[in-house]
Design a binder for this molecule. Structure first.
Ligand SMILES: NC(=O)c1ccc[n+]([C@@H]2O[C@H](COP(=O)([O-])OP(=O)(O)OC[C@H]3O[C@@H](n4cnc5c(N)ncnc54)[C@H](O)[C@@H]3O)[C@@H](O)[C@H]2O)c1
Length: 316
């Protein structure tokens, strides 16, 4: 099968990620068979897509006509059997190995041999999930970053048995839905994006816990300093620009001083125990009680879209 042969996409899950991924494929003209176990969850998924599209329309990225055309490509179902004709399946259900394995075991019985299975797991082993399917050569990680309908990167992760052909096909599919795919050649926890992101989060939490600076100031250093560069330059390009001899010297004394924590820091555990889960509960490191989550997300998306526009212009 070639990417040009792919017509029908199966999306499993209608939560934050499943909705975003269903939206991307539908907006790229693919027919999407969209499964969620509950109808109520599916309704929330559709509402999320409508909100996403409203932000895209307000920011001049999408027209009302294109949004409606995309919605017509979405075919919801709560019956897994309806996924049988899908050429490629993208799974975004709860992050639990056994639940994902159970799902793929059922899909393996339902779908054709040629069907490509992909999981959007944030860090579970692709190879372990794939043990339940009869053709693990056609099973890979295809990992998006939230908000998936805006952030272009997609990691294609090669499991122990994933074939090169499957990886090449998925790289091609990702380009056809206007994403920027990268190949992760080995199935390691966290792949690339979450390894880098969580190395930074571990250090940020460590700085809060040690009382070195306030959460506000730590976030300011990223937003108004190093993060500003990261939108345009990767860490290795930054090292090249700074001088590798300089970076070599800094590594030699600084690595030892960085957090080597193996567990989530107490400051994070305490917030979670207190029910302070961030935007969704109204407070976390900051207080969000005066604003609705929906508005905070729309503001975030508006800023991301503006930044993307500048980024693309700078790369032209
Ligand atoms: N949220 C993120 O930033 C993010 C980013 C990349 C990848 N992911 C990964 O994507 C996946 C989904 O994350 P999310 O943030 O969309 O979660 P979510 O909680 O928003 O949605 C979870 C979905 O899973 C379904 N579900 C839950 N239990 C199920 C079961 N037993 N059987 C079938 N369906 C079930 C729910 O109905 C819902 O549609 C996870 O593997 C997560 O690690 C999340």
């Amino acid at each position: 099968m070639r990417a040009s042969d792919i017509k029908q996409i199966g999306i499993v899950g209608a939560g934050t990620m499943g909705s975003g991924i269903a939206e991307i494929f539908a907006e790229s003209g693919y027919d999407v068979i969209w499964y969620n176990r509950s109808d109520a969850g599916m309704q929330r998924g559709f509402a999320r897509i409508r909100e996403n599209q409203a932000t895209l329309i307000r920011n001049g990225i999408l027209t009302q006509t294109a949004a409606e055309a995309a919605q017509a490509h979405l075919h919801p179902t709560n019956d897994l059997i309806d996924l049988a004709p899908a050429d490629v399946i993208s799974e975004s259900i709860v992050e639990a190995l056994e639940t994902k394995q159970k799902l793929f075991q059922s899909l393996d019985e339902i779908c054709a041999q040629e069907t490509i299975f992909t999981t959007n797991t944030s860090g579970l082993s692709i190879s372990k999930i794939a043990t339940v399917v009869s053709h693990p050569t056609r099973f890979a990680g295809m990992h998006y970053v939230n908000p998936a309908h805006i952030v272009p990167i997609v990691e294609i992760i090669k499991g122990e048995k994933t074939s090169d052909t499957t990886c090449e096909l998925l790289m091609d599919v990702a380009k056809r839905i206007r994403r920027h795919p990268v190949l992760v050649k080995k199935d390691i926890p966290g792949f690339i994006a979450n390894r880098i992101q969580f190395a930074v989060i571990r250090e940020a939490l460590h700085l809060v816990e040690e009382g070195i600076a306030s959460p506000d100031d730590i976030d300011a250093v990223v937003k108004h300093g190093i993060g500003l560069r990261w939108a345009l330059l990767g860490p290795l390009e930054i090292a090249d620009l700074g001088g590798l001899d300089v970076f070599n010297t800094i590594c030699s004394y600084l690595f030892e001083a960085l957090s080597h924590a193996k567990d989530a820091p107490k400051v994070l555990q305490d917030l979670v125990k207190a029910g302070k889960l961030g935007v969704k509960s109204g407070s976390g490191f900051y207080d969000y009680s005066a604003r609705k989550a929906q508005q905070i997300i729309a503001d975030r998306d508006k800023k991301l879209l503006r930044m993307l526009r500048i980024k693309f212009q700078s790369e032209e």
